[in-house]
Design a protein around this ligand. Structure first.
Ligand code: F0G
Length: 346
């Protein structure tokens, strides 16, 4: 069943809305025993890499593209650090729409670039960062009537709120804490809305405390001002002036939570730990939430009975370069059993 059909009662759709779906959502919520031990709480990983284009963006894109088709649009446009673009390209292909993506030059991970082009989107790379690319697509959308499918499109946020519904459905209540990366700040906005709406509908007893984490070199909300030249290894969240800045602060403040920074080193260490100790391969940005809770745990932030859900926003295969950069070189050996055995110290 499509995500829209499953949660139709909580989404702005009617029986006449044409549904453009790739069977998104319904992603695993995995218990993380080793991480739980390290953090001193019950940690769960919501693996959004299991979505059809490998990131959480598909939750919002199915709705944004369905509504675009409903309104008679023939073309969509977005700026992106890569995942939004891959999702837009795939859903546009499915719907038969023209898709234009504007990307910051040289800063989009390889798997995302391949995905976008392969799905037939038209790609414009600009000499600038994501924030500048977003300004460009806002202009093009206003001037040329293209449907903007960045998370400033309210349907994107509504669709992404389904992530919160799934967490509550799986745990029979909201978790005590939810940890996640923050880039353009749409997803933290969406989850907070989702948790609130589900509680109002009587589907949960409580609301989670929201824990957002930005990369230290791209942490405008933490700094309290836009960052002109954001830099981080986590290219998905290399953003200096988030579109949903205010809404993210609302989520933080209303939930009694926090938005803090984690260094690239902490992100990469959590990224490796997730893969090597839990078997979960996410992209670097996705590990920012896990890096954040490990940092908080060092200050005895959590109690053993607390449930902590980390949103792992994108699949590790999106960014093979980052994975290989921190992996040891494979052994190159003669193709005979005894010499391989010797080299492996068997
Ligand atoms: N994690 C991943 C893997 C992302 O791709 C993004 C955002 C985020 C986290 C942050 O989510 O922006 O809602 O706060 N990627 C956007 C893109 C910017 O263009 O794909 P956010």
């Amino acid at each position: 069943m499509s995500l829209i059909e499953k949660y139709a009662a909580y989404l702005p759709v009617t029986p006449d809305t044409p549904i453009v779906s790739l069977s998104e959502g319904d992603t695993p919520l995995l218990p993380a025993p080793r991480l739980s031990e390290l953090v001193g709480a019950k940690v769960f990983l919501k693996f959004e890499g299991a979505n059809p284009t490998g990131s959480f963006k598909d939750r919002g894109m199915t709705l944004a593209v369905s509504k675009a088709v409903e309104s008679g649009a023939t073309a969509i446009i977005c700026a992106s650090t890569g995942n939004t673009a891959a999702s837009a390209a795939a859903y546009a292909a499915r719907a038969g729409l023209r898709c234009i993506v504007v990307l910051p030059e040289g800063k989009v991970a390889l798997g995302k670039l391949a995905h976008v082009s392969h799905c037939g989107a038209e790609v414009a790379t600009v000499r600038g960062n994501f924030d500048q690319a977003l300004e460009v697509v806002r202009f093009l959308s206003d001037e040329y009537g293209l449907e903007l499918v960045n998370s400033v499109n309210p349907f994107r946020i509504e669709g992404q709120a389904t992530g919160a519904y799934e967490v509550v459905d799986a745990l029979s209540d909201a978790p005590a804490y939810q940890a996640m990366p923050v880039g353009n700040a749409g997803n933290i906005t969406a989850y907070w809305k989702g948790y609130q709406r589900y509680r109002e509908a009587g589907r949960s007893q409580r609301l989670p405390v929201m824990l957002g984490f930005q990369a230290a070199g791209a942490a405008p909300i933490v700094a309290g001002h836009p960052i002109e030249n954001p830099e981080t290894v986590a290219s998905a969240i290399r953003i200096g002036n988030p579109a949903s800045w205010k809404e993210a602060e609302t989520a933080r403040d209303e939930s009694g939570g926090l938005i803090e920074a984690v260094t690239d080193e902490e992100i990469l260490s959590a990224y490796r730990l997730l893969a090597s100790r839990e078997g979960v391969f996410c992209e670097p940005a996705s590990a920012a939430g896990v890096a954040g809770i490990l940092k908080l745990a060092a200050k005895q932030f959590f109690s053993p009975e607390d449930s902590v859900v980390c949103i792992l926003t994108g699949h590790g295969l999106k960014d093979p370069d980052s994975a290989l950069a921190s992996a040891p070189e494979p052994l190159l050996l003669d193709a005979d059993g005894p010499s391989v055995a010797r080299a492996l110290k068997l």
